[in-house]
Design a protein around this ligand. Sequence first.
Ligand code: COA
Length: 190
Amino acid sequence: MNAMMVRVRQATMQDAASIARIDVETWRATYAGVLPDRLLIGLSEGRRAANWASEISRHPADVLVAEDERQGILGFGNCGAQRDSRIDYGGEIYTLYVSPDFQGLGIGRQLLLGLFSRLLRAGHNSAALWVLRNNPSRYFYERVGGTLALRKSMTLGGQSVEAVAYGWLDLPTVLHQQARTANRPGEEER
Ligand SMILES: CC(C)(COP(=O)(O)OP(=O)(O)OC[C@H]1O[C@@H](n2cnc3c(N)ncnc32)[C@H](O)[C@@H]1OP(=O)(O)O)[C@@H](O)C(=O)NCCC(=O)NCCS
């Protein structure tokens, strides 16, 4: 692969279609055999694009995209206030997805740190997120300093699934430490 220049920035309304494409693509790749086929087949890029456009218009600073100057949008994520009152972490990462062909290149970390910065600016010093228990991305969250905070059962597409929450108690410290890891000499451009 040629050297990539990936930049994380706030999403605009023009990004809604690209975000929806990656949203549907990563759900199908990640959750095949985990969530019911019916749910995955029924996902619609058009509907997701409308949802994302509405999300971006209502909370423009909370939706971030990772963009390569040649390849376009490669990943996205969004965040906001914690929705689960049992969780003592003020911020929440609602979504984080990197296009399957571009995973493992550092883009997820770059996006997550961008979302942490955003949460800090919004006044949240800590953050948590939910992930399905048998999703391998759990190891990604451990790699970027998250600790297991809580587990719960939830219903998705009529099927009961186990989810776990990862938490980061001290976002300023995480940003400081992870920025050092991410900027190891020679690793900024790939
Ligand atoms: C999870 C996800 C966001 C991670 O993004 P990514 O760009 O692939 O991850 P990065 O390249 O930034 O990885 C950062 C570190 O985590 C490690 N890592 C990433 N995925 C991993 C995995 N599945 N298992 C073990 N380690 C992993 C990387 O090796 C890297 O380690 P390093 O510190 O030694 O460099 C992305 O893979 C993804 O979208 N996956 C599918 C969808 C999904 O499950 N999303 C989460 C739902 S909540």
